[in-house]
Design a protein around this ligand. Structure first.
Ligand SMILES: [Zn+2]
Length: 266
């Protein structure tokens, strides 16, 4: 098996695709990609970066790509942001915390999950976040990344429940750097238009990143803020990335509540 040469048939448009593009493609290529020509170039760039990272992860013996067969399978994970030739027969690698394509599909799905609330005059979309930067040189030996992720995941879940939104989602993201971890709890909540951040949120160091009425554009912007791709996954040293991937293994770092269990205006 060799690297697939993906032939792009059409670039995806529409709000879910744009939300994914803004959250994943733009940070990786470090610019706003608007035209189809630029999007095609960006897909090529990301393909190159992702395949290189996979090769490095394989060389570092990262368990998810330790065999040559699995490495090749992941290198051929079908790109997001476009429809390629023979799309139906293509596979995805499901390394959702690092693979830019699978991460983008996750963003796309989050937009879709919230989409039924667009146009509703009784909600607005709000993005909330808290970020912790941990310098590795300052971390005591017993304090590792994994317990920190457990803590942050519980915190996100607790805040989400306490807010009692009509719908909502949280994700815990670690952006690796060689000398530090940037850990963020990110929440997307659907609340009453008159809602303002309650005082108790400051106890959790939660900041309101963005909020907007129930339009498609506001939802895309909110999803972008909540789902921004952790760029260090592609730029930090391989050792720093493997450390984060291992800490995240088998951890539940994302949940959606509300909109999936309540019916609209039910
Ligand atoms: Zn993938």
């Amino acid at each position: 098996m060799a690297d697939s040469a993906f032939v792009i048939r059409v670039i995806k448009h529409g709000w879910p695709a744009l939300a994914a593009r803004m959250a994943v493609m733009w940070p990786i290529v470090k610019k706003k990609v608007l035209s189809d020509t630029s999007a095609r170039q960006a897909i090529e760039t990301i393909t190159r970066l992702w395949r290189l990272r996979l090769r490095q992860l394989h060389d570092a013996n990262y368990c998810q790509v330790s065999t040559l067969q699995r490495l090749q399978y992941c290198r051929n994970c079908v790109p997001a942001f476009a429809i390629v030739e023979n799309q139906a027969g293509r596979r995805t690698c499901r390394l959702r915390t690092i693979c830019p394509w699978c991460y983008a599909r996750k963003v796309h799905n989050l937009y879709k999950a919230m989409e039924s609330y667009v146009g509703s005059d009784d909600i607005k979309f709000v993005a909330l976040t808290t970020t912790l930067v941990v310098y590795k040189r300052e971390v005591p030996g017993q304090l590792l990344l994994r317990p920190l992720l457990t803590y942050y995941s519980r915190l996100a879940s607790k805040v989400l429940k306490k807010l009692e939104p009509a719908g909502g989602a949280y994700t815990v993201v670690v952006d690796p750097r060689d000398d530090r971890w940037i850990i963020s709890d990110r929440l997307l909540v659907l609340v009453d238009p008159a809602w303002s951040a309650p005082d108790w949120l400051t106890q959790y160091q939660m900041d309101v990143l963005d909020s907007g009425e129930s339009t498609k554009q506001a939802l895309a912007k909110t999803v972008r803020k909540v789902c921004r791709y952790p760029i260090g996954m592609l730029t930090a040293s391989t050792d720093a990335v493997v450390e984060v991937l291992n800490a995240q293994r088998n951890k539940k770092l994302r949940a959606i509540v509300g909109c999936l269990r309540k019916t609209r205006r039910g």
